[in-house]
Design a protein around this ligand. Structure first.
Ligand SMILES: [Fe+2]
Ligand SMILES: [Fe+2]
Length: 315
């Protein structure tokens, strides 16, 4: 599909899902405004691959299918994130498309699971070369609903969110250009009981693994730096002692269970793991996760930030 056709098709999608039509010029403006953070990751592969990692656009679209509460909250949240989140997301998608890049969204694309938000995601995913993991906000009925964030809460929206996504939300993998991309769910600061076994099966394939998960995984540097900035780290795997100063509700929400602790311990020693791509913190960051793997956090999609990654053959 050429650029004109894609823009026309994107505009048609937009017309169906956005309250106002997005002219191609508006999309062009947004595309030019994309703030791209360039990253190079050498891997034992034969040909290079470029990809666009994006997260946290926090799109807040609603229509008559959504409840009054959802519509009110979405309106407030759209203002908080500066508006035009759907346009920013579409612009990133178009940017990746035009450059022939694999699109790697790592969650919080939408702010809550409204019908109109999910329609937009479904249309975009169906029309792009993409591999994705889910974020915590994809499962929110509305922000501030006060619900305990657990499997029962996730279950309320799981099937509808799954229907919008291209692959399984709990765990999935896909080989592209000799890289094994593996996505898993850690959105509520814990992982599934079977994740170690499933990850080991991926490692046995013998390819370098690039993992996608929404919430960053613990490293001492990231934890200390983020706590110094904002008091709470919002990452997976800190010890109870380290987070003892958190407000009680955040301590309970973010404390690490045994399954998750064991998974992280395994992951730190897994030599096949070369990179972890995540979001959630709304700021760009990168640093060592293990001897073999670096973690890359994409910034705020609602500020038009994205990581542009070149996977290149190792010298
Ligand atoms: Fe977010
Ligand atoms: Fe998040």
């Amino acid at each position: 599909m050429n650029r004109r056709d894609f823009l026309a098709r994107s505009a048609a999608c937009s017309a169906a899902f956005l309250s106002s039509r997005l002219p191609a010029r508006a999309q062009d403006d947004e595309t030019r405004a994309l703030e791209v953070n360039p990253i190079t990751i050498p891997l034992p592969i034969r040909r290079k691959l470029t990809a666009l990692q994006i997260s946290d656009t926090h799109i807040s679209l609603t229509d008559e299918r959504d409840s009054q509460r959802q519509r009110e909250m979405a309106h407030q949240r759209a203002e908080r994130f500066g508006g035009r989140s759907a346009e920013k997301f579409l612009a990133a998608l178009i940017y990746a498309r035009e450059k022939g890049e694999l699109f790697l969204p790592v969650g919080d694309l939408i702010d809550s699971c409204t019908a109109k938000n999910l329609d937009l995601l479904r249309a975009c995913f169906a029309d792009s070369d993409c591999f994705a993991c889910v974020g915590n906000h994809e499962f929110y009925q509305w922000v501030g609903d006060g619900a305990k964030e657990d499997e029962a809460y996730k279950h309320l929206s799981f099937d509808r969110v799954r229907a919008a996504y291209p692959d399984d939300l709990s765990f999935c993998s896909r080989e592209v250009a000799g890289i094994n991309f593996v996505a898993f769910d850690d959105v509520f600061y814990y992982v599934a009981d079977d994740l170690i076994d499933r990850f080991k099966a991926e490692a046995a394939k013998g390819l370098p693994i690039v993992a996608l998960c929404h919430c960053p995984l613990y490293t001492p540097e990231l934890f200390q730096e983020t706590v110094a900035r904002q008091g709470v780290a919002y990452i997976v795997g800190a010890s109870d002692e380290e987070i003892a100063h958190y407000p009680q509700d955040m301590f309970e929400e973010q404390r690490t269970n045994e399954t998750t602790r064991a998974f992280l311990e395994y992951l730190r020693g897994e030599k096949a793991l070369r990179a972890i791509l995540c979001g959630h913190l709304h700021r760009t960051w990168q640093g060592a996760f293990s001897e073999t793997a670096t973690m890359y956090i994409s910034g705020a999609g609602f500020k038009r930030q994205a990581n542009e990654i070149r996977f290149v053959p190792e010298a």
